[in-house]
Each structure stands twice: as structure tokens, then as C-alpha cells.
Design a protein around this ligand. Structure first.
Ligand code: SAH
Length: 357
């Protein structure tokens, strides 16, 4: 832990300030490699950790899409599976169509060795064949059904600030031992002239690359990807870099590699990167609308028929939390986008997006 802070200081002292993107990528690699960040004892809680209903409904979504594709042999892929909870719940729901088990192999794209171990323990009882990969490129060819929940928000972004000189990249430097934000003096010519001083522009280069690769695979081999994340439909300006520790916001420079770092996902950019590969986009809708369209209320009711009074209260609490509207509600802050092969005209819970957008 101290090692990363010291290494950052040394790198910056020797080579000068580094970009926010480089800073994020060093912190995030260290962060995810050295802990289980999820749950009450960790730094943040995700939808699959709130309730089994989340993964189960996504499982039913996958089954319906797979059925519509004519039930091919396929790769069931998850990007950044955390504790493996979503995949476990998804596979339980997928047992409704026994043929699916014969047709699907599970592929988890995960860089953290410690989280891979958690995922392995969680998935061993499922009986599905599971393989791990460092990158989406390493998943073998073939039709794909993919899910990514809170994955894209954990990828580094470049940030640019509107100055009188133009868009200048935000950097991380040091000032008497402390990490501080700064700016590259020369503006980025490719970005042109900003319209308003002090605007912040975020460029999610890694997300755009991964989405491009993923969409290229879908266009070539068929299939669908479902992306759920904290985000918005751009273009928009603003500094969305956030650090969370023990469920509370902290200064992103305070404890490098010890707090979760995220940036909000610009779904418009992801959809554009996908469209450039010749895929179809569906959505976006809020997580609340999506889960309701998939029948989360009926699922909660069914679970409650077999529940104790305390369990029934938990189910109601989880339902409210996953679908909650308003400016701080997960049901509204989280958005859902699907990207599919052109042959797939419609997917459950999401309207097809006009190809011009
Ligand atoms: N999807 C899970 C966990 C979200 S946390 C859930 O909803 O609970 C982000 C996950 O992405 C972690 O598993 C983390 O180790 C993984 N991750 C982060 N950056 C990654 C990268 N570049 N490649 C693959 N996995 C990554």
C-alpha cells in the first residue's frame, strides 16, 4: 500500500507529472489485485450483491436472447465478475432451459488474481465449465452472450480542462510530498477550442477500445452484450472522477490504490464505438425501468411466498433499492445498454435505438 504511494512519488519526481488516466490505471490495478472491495466490509456494494433477483433476471434475459438466436453453441462471458455472484445467480436461472447448459461455456474476463479465486469458489458448484481470461481478445471465437455490471466505470479515463489556450490534459504531480492535480501546459490540438472556460472533458479511451473489440466480435460471430453501469447519455462536461472508501467519498489523491476509483460511463460514446463495428444498439433505459420490464416485482412476490417475515422484508428492501428513482436512487443513476448483432431486432426490456443516434 505504502509502496504504491512511494512508487508514484518516485516516478513523478523522476519523469514529471503523469496523466489522470495513468494515475487511475496504476491505482486500480493495485486496488483490485490486493483485496475483495465488495460488500459491507469493503468499499462499495453492487446490484448483484444486493439481491439474487438481479442476476436471475439477467439470466432470463440471456435465455430469451439465446432462444431467439436459434440456440447456438455459445460463449457466456462476463467482464469484471467481482465475487462471481451475478454469474452464479444467472446460471441458476438458466437451468430453466436444460439445453443451455449443453450449449454454453462460461468465460470470465478478470485481471485480479484474488477475485479470480473468489469466482472459482463461487462457481465450482454450478457444474458449468469456466475459463478465465485477462482480456476480451482472449475469449475464443464463436457466438457470445456477454454481461458487464459496474465494469466500464472501473476503467481509467483521460481528463481535459478548458483553458484560454485550449483543452489541457489534467495531470497528477507532487508538491512537497503531496500528490496534487495539475495541467499539461500545451493544449491537445485534436480537441479544438473549448466553448466555455473550466469545462472538464473526459475521454474513456480504454472503454472505447474494449467496446470496439467486443462489438467487432458480435458483428462477426453473432450474439449480444448487456452493459449496466453508473452513467449518462453524453455528450456532457464534468469531472466525474470519484474515490470511495468504506462506502464514503474520499479525495482521489489521498490514498492511491487503497480507495475505489471510478468515472461515470458515457453510454453515448460506448454506443458510437459499437455502431462503428456494425452492431445494433438497444436502450438506454434506467436500471429501474429495465428490471421492472423484466418482471422484478413478480420475482420478488414469488420469492416471498417461501420466505420468513424477516426474509420478506429483506426482499422488499432489495427491490426498493435496485429500482429506486430520484437523484440518488440506484434505479435511476444506473443505465442499461445492449449491443447486438444486426440480426437481433429486439431484446427484452430495451427499445431498439435508432441507428442515426
Ligand atoms: N461486476 C461485479 C464487480 C464490479 S467491480 C459486480 O457487479 O459485483 C469491477 C470488477 O472489474 C472487478 O472484478 C475487477 O477486478 C474487474 N476489473 C477491473 N478492471 C479490469 C480490467 N481492466 N480487466 C478485467 N477486469 C477488470
Amino acid at each position: 500500500m505504502k509502496a504504491l504511494k512511494a512508487a508514484l512519488r518516485e516516478t513523478i519526481a523522476l519523469e514529471g507529472p503523469i496523466s489522470v488516466e495513468h494515475y487511475m490505471s496504476l491505482c486500480l490495478r493495485h486496488y483490485y489485485a490486493t483485496r475483495d472491495p465488495l460488500g459491507a466490509a469493503g468499499d462499495f456494494t453492487t446490484a448483484p450483491e444486493i439481491s439474487q433477483m438481479f442476476g436471475e433476471l439477467i439470466g432470463l434475459w440471456m435465455l430469451e436472447v439465446w432462444n431467439g438466436m436459434g440456440r447456438p453453441t455459445c460463449r457466456l462471458v462476463e467482464l469484471g465478475p467481482g465475487r462471481g455472484t451475478l454469474m452464479v445467480d444467472l446460471l441458476r436461472a438458466a437451468r430453466l432451459l436444460p439445453d443451455f447448459k449443453e450449449a454454453a461455456t462460461v468465460h470470465l474476463v478478470e485481471t485480479s488474481p484474488s477475485l479470480r479465486q473468489r469466482q472459482q469458489a463461487a462457481l465450482a458448484p454450478s457444474g458449468f465449465e469456466v475459463e478465465w481470461h485477462d482480456r476480451i481478445e482472449d475469449v475464443p471465437a464463436g457466438p457470445m452472450l456477454l454481461v458487464a455490471n459496474e465494469f466500464f466505470d472501473a476503467l481509467p479515463v483521460r481528463q481535459f480542462l478548458a483553458t484560454e489556450r485550449g483543452w489541457c490534459e489534467r495531470l497528477v504531480g507532487i508538491d512537497s510530498e503531496r500528490l496534487i492535480f495539475g495541467l499539461r501546459p500545451e493544449p491537445e490540438p485534436a480537441l479544438g477550442k473549448p466553448l466555455r472556460l473550466h469545462d472538464v472533458l473526459e475521454w474513456p479511451a480504454t472503454s472505447v477500445d474494449i467496446m470496439g473489440t467486443l462489438a467487432g466480435r458480435l458483428a462477426q460471430d453473432g450474439g449480444a452484450a448487456l452493459i449496466l453501469d453508473y452513467g449518462y447519455w453524453g455528450p456532457a462536461f464534468g469531472d466525474t472522477l470519484q474515490a470511495l472508501k468504506n462506502h464514503h467519498p474520499v479525495d482521489p489523491l489521498e490514498e492511491p490504490g487503497e480507495a475505489d476509483l471510478t468515472a461515470h460511463v458515457d453510454f453515448h460514446r460506448l454506443a458510437q464505438a459499437a455502431a462503428a463495428q456494425g452492431t445494433r444498439a438497444h436502450g438506454i433505459v434506467t436500471q429501474g425501468d429495465f428490471l421492472q420490464a423484466l418482471g422484478i416485482e413478480a420475482r420478488a412476490k414469488a420469492l416471498k411466498t417461501r420466505a420468513t417475515v424477516a426474509q420478506a422484508a429483506d426482499i422488499d428492501g432489495a427491490l426498493a433499492r435496485l429500482t429506486e428513482r430520484g437523484p440518488t436512487g440506484m434505479g435511476e443513476l444506473f443505465k442499461v445498454l445492449a449491443v447486438t448483432h444486426k440480426a437481433i431486432q429486439a431484446v427484452p426490456g430495451l427499445p431498439a435505438l435508432p441507428s442515426s443516434s
